[in-house]
Ligand binder design. Structure first.
Ligand code: FDM
Ligand code: MG
Length: 216
């Protein structure tokens, strides 16, 4: 078939440090896009509502212990189980603003520094998943995060571990990531996100770009 234009929604991921404001920014961006008449939905990973997500939630809230390799695969499975719906939405024209994706998956497990669970091992199960059209990385130091009132109660929400997570993100950062300074005021950050997201949404609406695959 000739290269017919297939307008679609944009797959936009926000990643970054804990307490950087990802959830707030995602929500504001979806509200903005919706108000502009762009069909948009807020998604997040882990999606704690599925059967797999419930296991992940019980692990994160320390109600259960799960082997580190096994829980890594659950986080990945949680993305795979949403793959069909994600692609269906994009092709139906809905833009998805997603709070964390496979980059968090790799960074958090690799930060554990366990033998055998290096970055390459961590990346493998996510290979072939839909690739985002844009990754916005909300950058904030651990010190600044702590100054915001510190971390929560969940597993991983500790300064020492967060430092290692940030190192992992830095090591896997690609030139296509858009770095956003998360120490700036909420509205300034949102303005920056809106401007850049509009370009991505317009690009996907032109329909000349297929959804890519991780880690190609
Ligand atoms: N997390 C998140 C992982 O360890 N692996 C993953 O694949 C993903 C998507 O789970 F600590 C971690 C990151 C964070 C926790 O927290 C989920 P939020 O606050 O719901 O984003
Ligand atoms: Mg959290």
């Amino acid at each position: 078939m000739a290269s017919q234009n297939q307008p679609r929604g944009a797959f936009i991921v926000l990643e970054g440090a804990d307490r950087a404001g990802k959830s707030t920014q995602c929500q504001m961006l979806v509200e903005h896009l919706t108000a502009k008449g762009v069909a948009a939905e807020l998604w997040r990973f882990p999606d704690r509502t599925t059967a797999v997500g419930k296991m992940i939630n019980s692990y994160l809230t320390s109600q259960s212990e799960i082997d580190d390799a096994a829980v890594h695969l659950l986080f990945s499975a949680n993305r795979w189980e949403k793959r069909e719906e994600l692609l269906r939405k994009l092709h139906a024209g809905t833009t998805l603003v997603v709070d964390r994706y496979a980059y968090s998956g790799v960074a958090f497990t690799a930060a554990k520094g366990l033998p055998g669970l290096d970055r390459a091992w961590c990346m493998a199960p996510d290979a072939g998943l839909p690739a985002p059209d844009a990754v916005f990385f909300l950058s904030l130091t651990v010190e600044a995060a702590e100054a915001r009132g510190g971390y929560g109660e969940e597993r991983y929400e500790k300064a020492e571990f967060q430092r290692k997570v940030l190192d992992q993100f830095a090591a896997m950062r690609s030139s296509s990531w858009r770095m956003i300074d998360a120490s700036q005021p909420i509205d300034a950050m949102q303005r920056q996100l809106r401007e850049q997201a509009a370009v991505v949404v317009a690009r996907c609406q032109r329909g000349t770009e297929a959804v890519g695959k991780l880690w190609e």
